[in-house]
Design a protein around this ligand. Structure first.
Ligand code: SF4
Ligand code: SF4
Length: 392
């Protein structure tokens, strides 16, 4: 395993971190599968594990795995304060104590303020006494290092960097998002300030791994048939000195194995000019293929009107990236419209706007769903449903 230095604490963090938001699940998390992955990752040297209060069951499962296998002190544990839920000073302790209980621990190595949208959101939570609370927790040793995670625009990220003596930050970054959200400019500034930078969405919710358009796949294979698309994406990140830990939401042993292999060899400056040029061409293919920047994070769900928002966008994107028939097949399957007349389809959207506020990618969800409907529910769609529902 390659390790990168957290200059502020002296901790040596594994370049590959485990993103526990995407533990394997059907409806709930598959605990046995998650445990096998976590144990294998730790055995191979992964020492940074990231979760959050709002990652539906993730803290409980991770905590139980660590407790059962006596692993708590062998890893660095990162979790996040759901600051938007904190309406009073007492709420900080209430959520934090619940997190300690879920995680079976009495300290958190890296505690992040979750998804601080902008400087005003930060000022609002500071007004509730957050800075005083964090200082007390650091003094008591219950929190070792304090950071924030971020999905807003670069100007706000730069303001936030100077708003508090942070110990780390976490940003969305990958070769498709070089100039999106905090972007490369934000990464460089954080690095100059000596902050370890934790990368989330390194493969854009799996799009840069399993969702690569056929044309882009050909470009990768021509350049190097032995390197997977995921490995290209991670190499692009580890090529940069400002990147400390790359969080990957690994939910299958093959993904873990592939990422571990890449983490061994992909150090700063290892990508050649010709490899960087391949990524540049792949980026152009993605730009023409992918219409909606949904990462499948599920933050917008559930929709009260039964729209499966992330799967609608995944099918819509697939219909451009891999052809209309592929996208339509995916749409019919994931929205369950062939089995149920209500289905979970885009046309159920009544534009209430509830989901939009929760989207870290700032997608105008109802507007984009209208485009999904136009493309994937064409004029013959209801006739198709009538026929198939009669047959079934
Ligand atoms: S805007 Fe549409 S998709 Fe979003 S919550 Fe409302 S009905 Fe659901
Ligand atoms: S629409 Fe936004 S919130 Fe919903 S899954 Fe996609 S990226 Fe996440």
């Amino acid at each position: 395993m390659q390790y990168r230095l957290d200059q502020k604490s002296g901790n040596r963090l594994s370049a590959l971190g485990f993103g526990c938001m995407r533990f394997p699940r059907s409806i709930t998390i598959d605990v046995a599968k998650s445990e096998r992955l976590v144990l294998e990752a730790i055995e191979k040297g992964v020492n940074y594990f990231d979760t959050a209060y709002v990652y539906g069951g993730s803290e409980d499962v991770l905590g139980e795995i660590l407790r059962k296998n006596n692993l708590r002190d062998k890893i660095y544990l990162a979790t996040k304060l759901p600051h938007e839920k904190c309406k009073s000073y007492e709420d900080f302790d209430r959520y934090f104590n619940e997190q300690l209980r879920r995680l079976h621990t009495d300290y958190i190595d890296y505690y992040l303020i979750h998804n601080v949208a902008d400087i005003n959101a930060w000022k609002a939570v500071v007004a509730t006494g957050l800075e005083k609370w964090l200082a007390q927790k650091k003094t008591s040793g219950q929190i070792h290092r304090v950071g924030f995670s971020f999905h807003g625009v670069q100007a706000e990220f730069l303001r936030l960097l100077d708003a508090y003596p942070w110990d780390l930050c976490q940003i969305q970054y990958n070769y498709m998002n070089e100039n999106y959200q905090a972007g490369q400019g934000g990464l460089h500034r954080a690095y100059e300030k000596g902050l370890p930078v934790i990368i989330m969405e390194p493969l854009l919710g799996g799009k840069l791994a399993g969702g690569v358009p056929k044309k882009a796949l050909r470009l990768f294979n021509e350049a190097n048939p032995d390197t997977t698309p995921a490995s290209w994406g991670l190499k692009w990140l580890w090529n940069q000195p400002g990147v400390t830990v790359v969080l990957s939401g690994m939910n299958a042993p093959e993904q873990l194995a592939d990422n571990l292999k890449t983490a061994e060899i992909a150090t700063v400056g290892t990508l050649t000019d010709s490899e960087l040029a391949v990524i540049e061409k792949v980026r152009a293919v993605f730009e023409e293929s992918y219409r909606t920047p949904c990462t499948g994070c599920n933050y917008c769900m559930p929709c009260p009107h039964k729209v499966n928002i992330p799967d609608c966008f995944a099918a819509y994107n697939a219909s451009y990236a891999n052809g209309f028939v592929t996208g339509m097949t995916q749409y019919l399957t994931s929205t369950n419209v062939l089995h149920s007349s209500s289905g979970l389809r885009a046309s159920n959207c009544v534009k209430c706007g509830l989901c939009e506020k929760k989207c870290p990618q700032h997608i105008k969800i109802p507007t984009e769903l209208a485009k999904v409907q136009k493309r994937l529910e064409p004029f013959w769609f209801s006739a198709l449903l009538k026929i198939t529902q009669k047959v079934m």
